[in-house]
Design a protein around this ligand. Structure first.
Ligand code: ZN
Length: 223
């Protein structure tokens, strides 16, 4: 009796696995492969199309700009069980089906997440706010429809700090690129990938450390 139930559970798992395999859709284009999977039956086919299209639009650009040897095969998974917005690990981006239903216009979540794949810092020698700030800076620069999502870099507020991460940090980086030295963020990104990053790199690249750069930004934050 017990053996039979174990066998039936096993068969159920096998058939569930086959169903999932069936749902996997593989797209190849200009040297890149995206495998798309979803456990969300009601996923709007148009949204799925757009997620795939956005990947092929932004990933090659991010690879070219930041890391040409980034992996060529990426996985997308739209998950009903995932409660955040999206997360990336080991070349796989998990999207929350809930978020996508509520915010179908927020397509550049793709840009932010696949930038994490391009970043490939491994166990980063830099702080977390820097990783997220660079990913949002990449979204700002390479996003396909930030305006449609009403997503923009915030104006500086007195309680901001460069350590706030995400858009606040990205706004500071956009200012550094425009008003201090273009190419700084690209160089910092590269140093994080090859694990040579130390906070002294900011001084080496711009002549000022992060706090001094931030002080200048506070004085005149116009980009
Ligand atoms: Zn992120």
């Amino acid at each position: 009796m017990k053996k039979i139930s174990i066998l039936s559970v096993f068969l159920m798992l096998v058939s569930a696995g086959l169903v999932q395999l069936k749902a996997q859709e593989i797209t190849k284009k200009s040297g890149y492969t995206l495998s798309f999977e979803s456990n969300f039956k009601e996923l709007d086919p148009q949204l799925k199309k757009r997620l795939i299209k956005t990947f092929f639009e932004v990933y090659p650009k991010l690879a070219k700009e930041y890391n040409p040897s980034t992996i060529k095969e990426v996985k997308f998974f739209v998950d009903t069980a995932y409660k955040g917005v999206a997360a990336t690990a080991d070349g796989k981006v998990t999207f929350s089906s809930m978020w996508m239903i509520k915010h179908p216009e927020d397509i550049d979540v793709v840009t932010h997440e696949v930038m994490h794949i391009v970043q490939d810092y491994g166990r980063s020698v830099g702080p977390g706010w820097l990783t997220e700030g660079i990913a949002d800076y990449a979204r700002y620069k390479f996003g396909v429809d930030n305006a449609g999502a009403k997503w923009s870099l915030p104006a500086l507020k007195p309680d901001h700090s460069y350590k706030n991460s995400y858009r606040i940090t990205a706004a500071f980086f956009a200012w550094i690129e425009k008003s201090v030295k273009p190419g700084t963020i690209k160089a910092v990104d590269a140093s994080l990938r090859d694990h040579t990053y130390t906070k002294e790199i900011w001084t080496k690249l711009t002549g000022k450390d992060l706090d001094a750069l931030w002080a200048d930004y506070v004085k005149n934050s116009q980009v």
